[in-house]
Design a protein. Structure first.
Length: 154
């Protein structure tokens, strides 16, 4: 059974229909996150070794940092790689880390510009742009992306 970590966005809350969906696909750890007081070293130590980390907005930014440190694949929805209201000062681990990034961008996101985000991506990242989607990811898009790209269902 897959071990999945799900990190919600800065102004979102723990749980919800996305977590309910993920819990049908594996064991899910979806903690309430206070990103402003987060001790990322301690948080990483509590995770063990998940199979996948999924994050949205600020949760996507943090998921990417954790994925780089643990070499765990990540699925990022409108990640806050830029335009954050504060910094965590915890860098991505570069060098020998091997992890895959799938980045889902809402083409109509007016919170985190998808065009700026694309400039920050690596050539081996998989990018999926969703026409008509803003910053919030509809449940139907979330489940479709998870099923097709991460949970290996067709």
């Amino acid at each position: 059974m897959k071990k999945i970590v799900y990190l919600h966005g800065l102004e979102s809350s723990q749980g919800g229909k996305k977590v309910e969906f993920l819990s049908t696909q594996g064991m899910v750890y979806a903690p309430a996150m206070d990103y402003k007081t987060l001790n990322l070293d301690k948080f990483i130590d509590t995770l063990g070794m998940p199979d996948l980390i999924i994050g949205s907005s600020m949760g996507g930014y943090v998921a990417d940092i954790i994925g780089s440190h643990l070499s765990v694949d990540v699925l990022l929805f409108n990640p806050a790689f830029h335009s954050r209201t504060f910094e965590l000062n915890f860098p991505l681990k570069h060098g020998n880390c091997k992890y895959n990034r799938i980045v889902v961008l809402g083409k109509n996101d007016d919170t985190i510009s998808p065009e700026v985000t694309k400039l920050l991506l690596n050539s081996n990242d998989q990018v999926k742009e969703i026409e008509g989607m803003g910053h919030r990811t509809p449940l139907s898009v979330f489940t479709d992306i998870c099923i097709k790209n991460i949970l290996n269902y067709d």
